[in-house]
Ligand binder design. Structure first.
Ligand code: C2E
Ligand code: MG
Ligand code: MG
Ligand code: MG
Length: 290
């Protein structure tokens, strides 16, 4: 038996491998269908300033699949990034967030709220990314200042110069940028000072054990100080306890996002949350506890 051919066949007919491939193909096919039918929804997680002022929301995509149930973005965004489906998904997210901002613009209680939208590196690197965003902003008539794009450090590994150019073009149009999951990626002080950023977002992995792990506390402190030194706003994500919030306030971080305040909510539930119509014991229409 030819060894080389045998190895290839073995790989192809390995039942575990085969089921992984089939699952992936099925997910890809369902995702294509979901894109075509716009089967996604956006949930909004409040962003808090100080103790209780809602200043905006992060838009987080949800995929209520007809048979799989709610599929987590962690389970389909990486696949969509690999196969390029993220481009269509990203356009839908942006369009939907803009439509939400337009709906809020006409209501005084919501008119000052910004929406942060996650942008994948793959999306940002597309040659027509700036054009696509500007087109969506123009077509929807949204105030670009209310739109915050969340980028990650993974963008910087290719061409920082290109990233700066694109960010600058969008910044000139009024859009703002946050650096998401900050501290987990390739962080270089050299590029950080050159990026037209508005905000650093401390990754939740540093918040989780903030009170028990001195290393996490040191990193959180360093990020807050760095943000202040660079004249940037800083927000902590994944804040789950009062103790974590108090500790962060002690470091000089006054913006928060996390389960302490609210899980990501449907648009309706988010509005109720903002209006203070959130009663304990009544489901806000958000996401269940794990
Ligand atoms: P991310 O942008 O870092 O979003 C924060 C994640 O932390 C969200 O998970 C959110 O639900 C979760 N979270 C918020 N507060 C807490 C907390 O207090 N404790 C804990 N343990 N978790 C908290 P989610 O919604 O599952 O999203 C996961 C990731 O998927 C996001 O991470 C983001 O990278 C990606 N993602 C979500 N929506 C989009 C989207 O529209 N476009 C793109 N490109 N990526 C998205
Ligand atoms: Mg984010
Ligand atoms: Mg994040
Ligand atoms: Mg994160």
């Amino acid at each position: 038996k030819a060894k080389g051919a045998g190895r290839n066949n073995a790989r192809f007919f390995d039942p575990v491998m085969q089921s992984i491939i089939l699952n992936r193909l099925a997910l890809e096919r369902d995702l294509a269908e979901a894109i075509r039918l716009e089967q996604f929804t956006l949930h909004y997680q409040p962003q808090i300033f100080g103790t209780d002022r809602v200043v905006g929301a992060e838009a987080l995509i949800r995929w209520p699949h007809p048979t799989r149930g709610m599929v987590s973005p962690a389970d389909f965004i990486p696949l969509a990034e690999e196969n390029g489906q993220i481009l269509a998904i990203g356009e839908w997210v942006l369009k939907t967030a803009c439509a939400q901002l337009i709906a809020w613009a006409g209501r005084p209680e919501f008119a000052d709220l910004s929406i942060a939208v996650n942008v994948s590196a793959r999306q940002f690197r597309e040659p027509n990314f700036v054009e696509t965003v500007v087109k969506t902003v123009n077509e929807t008539g949204v105030n670009p200042r209310m739109l915050k794009l969340e980028l990650t450090e993974s963008l910087m590994v290719v061409s920082v110069q290109e990233v700066i150019e694109k960010m600058t073009l969008l910044r000139e149009r009024g859009l703002r940028f946050s650096l998401d999951d900050f501290g987990t990626g390739y962080s270089s002080m050299a590029y950080l000072k050159r990026l037209p950023l508005e905000q650093l977002k401390i990754d939740q992995s540093f918040i989780r054990d903030l009170l028990t792990d001195p290393n996490d506390a040191a990193i959180a402190r360093a990020i807050v100080d760095l943000a202040h030194s660079l004249g940037l706003e800083v927000i902590a994500e994944g804040v789950e306890t009062q103790e974590q919030q108090d500790f962060l306030i002690g470091l000089g971080c006054y913006m928060f996002q996390g389960y302490l305040f609210s899980r990501p909510l449907t648009a309706d539930a988010f509005e109720a949350f903002v209006l203070g119509r959130f009663f304990a014991g009544v489901s806000p229409g958000g996401e269940d506890s794990p």
